[in-house]
Design a protein around this ligand. Structure first.
Ligand SMILES: Cc1ncc(COP(=O)(O)O)c(C=O)c1O
Length: 920
């Protein structure tokens, strides 16, 4: 039997213990020898003891049924026990208990057998009423508990859109464990009798209490009124849930409390029907998908199409002699739902007033923004929209150089003065980490010293990065606002839409951090702390500013934007993305320019299927995002453990840990690895709360250099071509496995199988290899693991694109458009002419973006001076794809003459600006 320490998650533990119980009870039912029977009895009893406390948090099979089976076991009715346990396991894995009553005793179960869930077609399941569980918190005895369950049951009506079961727990602590353990819970009813402490001792469950208490811990609320305190705590961990507070206090007493997610307070009454209707209404509010529903309705209407859209209603397909296969493949609904804003009946994405507007409002609620906008051309477009909406020509923007290319192009279009920030390099894996806060602060202070802070407009960072490095968003914003109190933040969360739905990750998302900051800035405690810090920082040196955890002034403006590729991590058709806004000055300052930017980049024929999928994806995360993200983390952790503990794999592969990917000075908690074969699981909570950077546990980077294949070859020739496994990113000696909300334990198992097979094949190959072949292999491995070119920092913009030699920002737009004139450009060969030019003292300046894949971000941007380090890196790169570089011609650079002319134009422009400045 596996011990509890083997488990990362209590959900996995529960699942596996039931499976083991099924196997052991089956064996017990057929055991013939007393000695074997005695051993099995001990085993079963231990499993019942373990599962007993766990089951108090779940409605199925329910505590009463569980105790009944346990009694049967004590009476020696082993065959009955085996039968019931087998039914439970089946119902848990098929989800049958969500759709119907599952009888557990043999007589009634036999009759029910033909209704087996496995044979139900998906359409029938789709029509079944969705199921959820309601957590009732009250310290009641067994009799009262039965009374509570039966009162809720009596309220059921055939017309109810959903059905639910109730789970009763006695205390505030149990309630918090319950909502973090039982993902079926959608609503919580807090009754006056609740107590504070739980009797639960299982560490896998009690550690949830850390998650629920936030930085202050739940002890902070022990002396407060437990009911309202619980509603507030639930809002921290699962804000999507609905809470109902039943209280015997007076209205006046409750009125002053912050009630968190409480939807309604019931005073001194036991009106179960009112409660029941409210519970259903609360879930209905999340279930509602205004645009998807409107699209479904639209598709049922008979319409004649006299519009430029022959595919609409599928007529051009169904009447075809040649493309019938397309119709057969997709089915008719996709065509029936093809429509456009101008064909009437539905809303317009460009001017939403109806169901699209409502769907966006629902998304805003779900993701914690103040405004949310849908996009049907991916986050590439979202980034350009936000940059254009906020950045005026000449504004200074600080941006991580390894950000997605859409930002670089957006900054060109907006005419920004760009300051590139360097992420810390991970030379041994040829990938970058993220930008240390110290670097950002240093740059802001530098610009302040130059008197340019008023022109600094935006900080743009990628959270989390492709490789899974996650910022401490709240801290970055706080400290930057302390230097520049109206700085705007654009967080590229292309890979992070799922994060909101896990209490672990949520604190590291832009929208959550913005909401927390807004509240904090309003508080008197913060104002006092800030005043105190100001006194200490009076006459402080730059070094002291860098070493202090800075506090923003109370009148700082919180101006935060996040762009998310919903399609990358949640349910949405490809290109479905969202822009989330939490900007105190949006309405006053940005709304109009945002609208213009949205018009600039959005197609006038947006795809309505994508919009509908965004709407449905939002419903999903509000109702089961918590469960799916939890399972996703679980799958990634299982993958880590399996690879790290498999004896055959360690010879060729290695999982990169937090310590490998984040230097220790940015990991204040000291956490090194999520799993260690000797020490087991580490608690990730501390690192998520405190560390400057954390590694997103759902991303697993595997070092494959030990196989002798580089990352790209391993991806295409081994994983993809041989085993049909798709992955997205590689570096020179690593591949990245991204789990997603659809990843299952069996897909993880398949991956492990494949890795073991690869390792076995390599073992055999090396066994038979000649001396020379072995040497060749060792050399390849050594090349991949050790001889890696150091990743170059951003050099600088050429003076022709800067306002002064000592300033970091550069006019990327002028450089970009200067290259449109062929005469301004020349090509220099990497190993020949470029080297000669640099040795002769010429400044070689790139005329294009040069983007090698991997790593996939520009190592040169237009206007950037080529440094020796960059040259060395480019020479050492053996990747086949370098966007912007012509292997036949060389590197596209500006001619000296073009740079001279540009420098003159630049000087003239600067003089004109200075004169203007004097006049106005
Ligand atoms: C960090 C980052 N931002 C933005 C994008 C673009 O997103 P989309 O594919 O939705 O256009 C990507 C794509 O990989 C990305 O990695």
């Amino acid at each position: 039997m596996q011990v509890m320490g083997d488990y990362y998650s209590a959900i996995q533990l529960r699942h596996d213990q039931w499976t083991t119980l099924r196997e052991v009870t089956e064996a017990l039912a057929s055991a013939r020898k007393p000695k074997r029977e005695a051993a099995l009895v001990t085993n079963v009893r231990a499993l019942f003891d373990l599962l007993g406390p766990i089951e108090t948090y779940w409605a199925f099979p329910g505590v009463q049924a569980f105790e009944q089976i346990r009694r049967q076991f004590e009476h020696g009715n082993y065959a009955d026990v085996a039968f019931s346990v087998q039914r439970i396991c089946r119902a848990l894995s098929t989800g049958a208990y969500r759709r119907r009553h599952v009888p557990l005793d043999r007589d009634s179960a036999d009759a029910d057998e033909h209704e087996d869930e496995v044979i139900q077609p998906p359409e029938a399941r789709a029509l079944a009423k969705p199921y959820f569980e309601v957590l009732v918190v009250d310290n009641v005895n067994e009799h009262q508990e039965r009374w509570l369950h039966s009162n809720f049951k009596k309220m059921r009506r055939p017309e109810d859109p959903f059905h639910y079961e109730t789970v009763v727990v006695p205390s505030l602590q149990d309630a918090l464990i319950g909502i973090l353990f039982n993902y079926n819970i959608q609503a919580i009813v807090v009754r006056p009798g609740l107590k504070f402490d739980s009797k639960m001792e299982m560490s896998l469950l009690t550690r949830y209490l850390d998650w629920a208490g936030g930085t202050e811990g739940i002890e902070a609320v022990r002396s407060l009124d437990h009911g309202p305190a619980l509603c507030r705590l639930v809002a921290n961990v699962r804000p999507e849930l609905d809470a109902y507070l039943v209280t015997d206090r007076s209205v006046e007493e409750i009125a002053g409390h912050d009630l968190g997610i409480c939807r309604r307070v019931f005073y001194n009454q036991e009106d179960f029907m009112e409660l029941h209707l409210n519970i259903l209404r609360g879930v209905q509010a999340r279930y509602k998908t205004p645009f998807f529903t409107a699209l479904v309705e639209y598709s049922k209407q008979p319409t004649g199409v006299f519009h430029a859209m022959p595919i609409s209603r599928g007529k051009s397909v169904s009447r075809s002699h040649w493309i019938q296969d397309m119709g057969a493949f997709y089915g008719s609904n996709i065509f029936l739902a093809e429509t456009s804003a101008t064909s009437g009946g539905l809303d317009s994405l460009l001017e939403p007033h109806g169901p699209i507007k409502q769907a966006q409002e629902q998304a805003s609620r779900a993701f914690g923004s103040k405004q949310t906008f849908f996009a049907t051309n991916g986050t590439s477009t979202c980034n350009k929209i936000v940059v254009q909406a906020l950045v005026r020509p000449g504004d200074i923007v600080l941006v991580d150089r390894d950000c997605h290319k859409s930002h670089h192009y957006g900054l060109v279009l907006a005419g920004a003065q760009v300051v590139y920030l360097d992420s810390y390099p991970l030379n041994e894996y040829s990938m970058y980490g993220a930008v240390p806060l110290r670097e950002v602060k240093h740059m802001l202070l530098h610009l302040k010293a130059q008197g340019k802070l008023d022109r600094v407009r935006m900080l743009l960072l990628t959270n989390c990065t492709f490789d899974g490095i996650v910022y401490n968003v709240e801290r970055v914003m706080e400290e930057c606002l302390a230097i520049k109190p109206d700085l705007i933040f654009l967080w590229d969360e292309a890979w992070f839409a799922f994060a909101r739905f896990s209490p672990l990750y949520r604190q590291r998302t832009a929208m959550n951090a913005a909401n927390v900051l807004r509240e904090r800035l309003r508080s008197d405690t913060h104002a006092r702390a800030w005043e105190e810090q100001q006194k200490q920082l009076k006459d402080a040196s730059e070094e002291e500013w860098l070493n202090t955890r800075l506090l923003p002034p109370p009148d700082a403006r919180v101006r935060t934007y996040a762009t998310q590729s919903t399609h990358k991590t949640l349910t949405s058709l490809r290109q479905g993305s969202m822009i989330h806004v939490n900007d105190q000055d949006f309405k006053g300052e940005v709304e109009v320019s945002f609208h213009e930017a949205y018009m600039t980049h959005t197609s006038t024929s947006p795809n309505y299927q994508i919009i509908a999928s965004l709407d449905v994806g939002r419903r999903q995360v509000e109702l089961e995002g918590f469960e799916f993200v939890h399972r996703q983390v679980e799958a990634a952790m299982a993958m880590r453990r399996a690879i790290m503990t498999h004896p055959r794999l360690s010879k060729y592969f290695r999982i990169l840990t937090a310590a490998d990917m984040i230097p220790s000075k940015h990991r204040e908690s000291g956490l090194e690895s999520y799993y260690d074969p000797e020490r087991g699981w580490s608690d990730v909570w501390d690192s998520l709360v405190h560390d400057e950077f954390v590694l997103d546990p759902t991303r697993v980077t595997l070092a494959v250099g030990g196989t002798g294949w580089d990352g790209d070859t391993f991806k295409t020739q081994i994983l993809m071509d041989k085993y049909g496994i798709q992955i997205n990113k590689t570096s020179r000696n690593t591949v990245l496995f991204m789990t997603n909300i659809g990843t299952t334990r069996s897909s993880v198992a398949y991956l492990i199988e494949v890795l073991v097979e690869i390792a076995t094949d390599l073992d055999e190959l090396l066994d038979d290899a000649s001396m020379m072949e072995k040497r060749g292999f060792e050399k390849r491995v050594s090349n991949l693991m050790h001889d890696l070119p150091p990743l170059p920092d951003f050099s600088r913009f050429h003076d022709a694109f800067r306002s002064a030699p000592e300033t970091p920002e550069g006019d990327i737009r002028s450089a970009f458009f200067l290259s449109y004139e062929e005469n301004n450009c020349d090509y220099l060969e990497l190993d020949g002419s470029i080297k000669a030019a640099m040795e002769s003292g010429q400044e070689v300046v790139s005329a294009s973006f040069i983007i090698p894949y991997p790593p996939g971000f520009p190592i040169l941007v237009p206007g950037q001076v080529v440094s020796q380090e960059i040259l060395a890196f480019m020479r050492a790169l053996d990747v086949s794809e370098i966007h912007g570089y012509r292997a036949d011609l060389g590197l596209r650079v500006f001619t000296e003459e073009a740079l001279k002319q540009q420098a003159k134009a630049n000087q003239a422009r600067l003089k004109l600006n200075a004169a203007r400045h004097k006049i106005f």
